[in-house]
Ligand binder design. Structure first.
Ligand SMILES: [Zn+2]
Length: 116
């Protein structure tokens, strides 16, 4: 699938496993885009098993897999949430929510939290 190519990812087994999980997340409608007003700021969220994760496209995710395998062990460059976000954006398969900046500030604190 060319999303791997776009993200500059190898087609190794670990990446393909993440891709399969990402496809499932997109199919289940677990990728959300929040647009805040009046700033116009956007935030991408992928709903995981335990909580919502904050994804900066192609760059960062607040999940444990990202923290452990990307930041600490450097075994990977992405978690499946990052692949899911890219896939959803490319195929327009995401839900959009409009909220106020005020509401966004409260949610963002929760989303950015890393549980280690
Ligand atoms: Zn993640």
């Amino acid at each position: 699938m060319n999303v791997l190519c776009e993200l500059g990812l190898p087609s190794d087994e670990a990446t393909l496993t993440r891709l399969a999980k990402a496809v499932e997340a997109v199919r289940q409608g677990r990728v959300k885009k929040y647009v805040f007003r009046p700033s116009g700021k956007t935030t991408w969220i992928v709903v995981g098993k335990k909580r919502d994760y904050w994804v900066i496209p192609r760059l960062y995710c607040s999940c444990n897999d990202f923290y452990i395998n990307v930041i600490s062990r450097r075994k990977s460059v992405v978690c499946y949430h990052i692949i899911a976000q890219a896939l959803a954006e490319k195929t327009c398969s995401y839900e959009v929510f409009n909220l106020s900046d005020e509401e966004g500030r409260i949610l963002e604190e929760e989303w950015r939290r890393v549980d280690i």
